[in-house]
Design a protein around this ligand. Sequence first.
Ligand SMILES: [Zn+2]
Ligand SMILES: [Zn+2]
Length: 331
Amino acid sequence: MSQQLGWKHHALIQALMSRGPLDEKEFHEIFIGITGKNPATHPQIFNDCLLKINKELAFVQFELRACRNQYNGKVYYGIINNVADEQSKLGTKYSVPQIAFYKGVIEAIVQDMSTQGCITNIEALNVHLENQVQTEQASQDSQSHIPAAFKSFSLSQKEKALNDLIQDQWLCYTSDGKIGLGIRSFFDLRSWFRNNDIPSCDVCNEAGVKALTCPNEGCPVRLHDYCLKKKFSQRKGSRACPGCGTEWPGSQCQEEDHTNTPGQSQMTSDDPIMRGKRRKVKAEAVEATQAPPGPERAKRLRSCKTEAVGTAENEASPSNLRRRSRRSSRI
Ligand SMILES: [Zn+2]
Ligand SMILES: [Zn+2]
């Protein structure tokens, strides 16, 4: 059994629970304020502290982790509950039809074949709640089970839900004014992405929601733009796709050169907090590489609701869960 946490650990947990997710700069400032140590100059102290917190949080199935906002590459810190479902995470503020709407928007965003990770406002407002009804067997008469609150969920109610979800960082406005995943969703939907076979980035193994795809159309490799930059800057000259060997165009990389602000995180996938369950995911990533890219993506996605609960089982047997998820119908 590990040692008990001190007040400094509790203060960090409290900051993340009440105000998180926090971007790296904010979290570092809080860390400096509490401990007097700068994570940039004392990375070992910082990492040890977070690992110690995680040892304790694990008993209650919470986890402190870092996660990137895939639209701008910025690192955030947050505490996630590894067992609660979306109903309980959003349920204190959002109604059942609002949560169904959120799930519908998320599904539409991740199904975007161009991997821009966003949909237009109009596409979001066109999301049908009827598709989110729980139909385990997807029976013919599912129409009769659609709750009245789903049928009567109006356009203005969708607009309000969109605004609230953006306000609360479950969704976001992307730089070009479209609707994308909010930072809370990047934190909380991690295992849901895996269970729904959202292809992972070849570098960091996180879902490639906003990502670049291999120029070879038949190749399923995806890379985040910030990961692509890191990968190809290390091996000058060669920009061969890790999957099929096709050369990736260089222009994408150079365009990104000036987007990284000085002082941005040096955190890599080797970082203990960032790394997560990398090793276990590896097999899944390999499996995904072999999966047929086209029709696979069009399948119905697994319910958000069981996502978090699935985490534990998922560790034991990812392939079982994946197979099950393919068969299960849309909620
Ligand atoms: Zn990546
Ligand atoms: Zn490729």
